[in-house]
Design a protein around this ligand. Structure first.
Ligand code: GLY
Ligand code: MN
Ligand code: MN
Length: 490
């Protein structure tokens, strides 16, 4: 953890800093502080300690998740860091997002924090290591870059205990504790270099990977709290799509950026952020799968492929795509392609149910798309040959979906047998998102197809008896999309 309290160089300054730890900010913007001012700043502050805080809404769920983790790795010390701030440029940082593993297990999202499960004869002792309130005595709160005067009030350790239901300790003590700790230990890697350095001689990549895989697979089936959050994310996303439709004329006068900004406003006001960079792809940009530059023109007569999701304050994200006629009405060729994708999505969604293989919905969608491509004369049949050789993929390009949760591509570290080769069960949430993309320079298709890209993406919960479309609030069928757009623009 960077310590802003100590001057960088030279040694004499370091020695001086030891006696008087807080005299300047590291970047030199505050070169000197008089003893009088330093003394003055120590006192005259009210006691703002918050007492009788209620636990966070998901405290019971996070406790159950930690209990499952404890059961999987008995007798081992488990270290799950939140991660550190990342520099954007000079002394500005990217917005912080805690590691999914840490947020999943604690509900907390504070930078530099670490959850530790320490083995004891009675099971694991849990501690959440956090930066405590800023010290007023040594001037940290107003002279350190991490001081609360600069970054805002933090929760005290006692407050954190009440909120998260986990005993809290000062994270600045943790590296030494970890260095001195005996016995087997595992850490979730790639979030906190300082913590990893403290554990360097005690961990192995293979064992750490087992911890990461366990935490990824634990998220394959969502609990009720998570499903509620995903529904909230989707509901905000529906409102964000409505916002966009209402301002398409302003987007036409400017660029795809107007769409990105409009959706982002909804995401920031109702949620934490967007769950991934919004894809606001007008016209042929729809054929670029990860089009996030969003700097192109928006033209009447073209399609807009909008793939966007609001992320809730608890980090659960929606992932929804609609492909909309910018002028409100699909042209004949646009409708032909759109309806094929719609039929493929319908077949895919119908294949999402408990007991089905994960791959089934992909296979069902691909079959419909292959049938249409053969029917349109774009690829030589029979359909079985096309599917066997994967020839439809020139235009279908990507898989038909993925797990959804705190990451848009959730559970990415899960083993193949648990995910791609796995079986669906109630509580799984995934996307079904077939598409057809005819690149503007694809000479193998008639000209009228070129530059048209269509994807329809919904967020589907596996239920006891089938599935529930969490994003059913947004129309999908082409005539319903047109009616919905007309109602919003009238
Ligand atoms: N928005 C990324 C995806 O659909 O997978
Ligand atoms: Mn997706
Ligand atoms: Mn998407």
């Amino acid at each position: 953890m960077a310590d802003e309290l100590e001057p960088e160089t030279p040694e004499t300054e370091a020695a001086e800093a030891e006696e008087e730890p807080i005299k300047r900010r590291k970047n030199g913007l505050y070169p000197g502080v008089s003893d009088e001012l330093a003394e003055n700043m120590k006192s005259g502050w009210a006691d703002t300690e918050l007492r009788d805080l209620r636990p966070i809404a998901q405290a019971a769920e996070t406790a159950a998740r930690r209990a499952a983790l404890s059961e999987r790795f008995p007798g081992e010390r488990l270290v799950v860091p939140a991660g550190n701030l990342k520099t954007r440029s000079n002394d500005t940082e990217y917005p912080f997002r805690a590691s999914v593993e840490y947020a999943y297990l604690t509900g907390n999202q504070t930078e530099d924090s670490v959850l530790v499960l320490e083995p004891t004869p009675e099971g694991h002792k849990e501690t959440i290591y956090l930066l405590p309130r800023s010290d007023r005595e040594n001037g940290e709160f107003w002279l350190s870059g991490q001081g609360e005067l600069w970054v805002g009030r933090r929760h005290s350790l006692a407050e954190a205990e009440q909120l998260y239901g986990i005993p809290a300790a000062d994270v600045r003590e943790l590296p030494v504790k970890l260095k001195e700790a005996k016995g087997p230990v595992r850490v979730v890697r790639s979030y906190d270099a300082g913590i990893e350095a403290a554990l360097r001689d005690k961990v192995t990549a293979e064992r750490d990977e087992e911890l990461r895989v366990f935490l990824s697979e634990a998220r394959l089936v969502k609990d009720d709290f998570e499903i509620g959050e995903l529904q909230k994310a989707v509901d905000s996303t529906v409102r964000g799509f409505e916002d966009v439709v209402k301002v398409l004329d302003r987007a036409e006068a400017t660029s795809e950026r107007y769409i990105e900004g409009t959706f982002f406003l909804r995401a920031r006001v109702e949620g934490n952020d967007v769950g991934y960079g919004s894809i606001c792809a007008a016209g042929p940009h729809a054929c670029t799968l990860h089009w996030v530059r969003n700097d192109g023109p928006v033209r009447s007569g073209d399609l807009l492929l909008l793939d966007a999701g609001v992320e809730t304050h608890t980090y659960y994200t929606a992932d929804v795509t609609r492909t909309l006629p910018i002028n409100g009405t699909y042209s004949e060729i646009q409708k032909k392609i759109y309806d094929a994708v719609y039929d493929a999505q319908e077949a895919g969604i119908a294949a999402v149910k408990p007991g089905a293989k994960y791959r089934d919905f992909h296979d069902a969608s691909q079959r419909v798309l292959a049938e249409r491509l053969v029917g349109w004369g774009l690829v030589e049949g029979p359909v079985e040959r096309v599917l066997e050789l994967g020839l439809q993929r020139r235009w279908t390009l990507h898989g038909t979906g993925h797990m959804l949760g705190m990451d848009v591509h959730d559970c990415a570290a899960a083993r193949v047998e648990s995910y791609v080769d796995g079986t669906l069960e109630p509580g799984v949430v995934l996307t079904v998102e077939p598409g057809l993309y005819f690149q503007a320079d694809d000479l193998t298709v008639p000209e009228e197809y070129r530059g048209i890209g269509v994807r329809i993406e919904d967020d589907i919960l596996v239920t006891e008896d089938g599935n529930r479309n969490l994003s059913a609030g947004l129309p999908r069928r082409s005539d319903e999309v047109e009616a919905w757009m007309a109602s919003l623009r009238s």
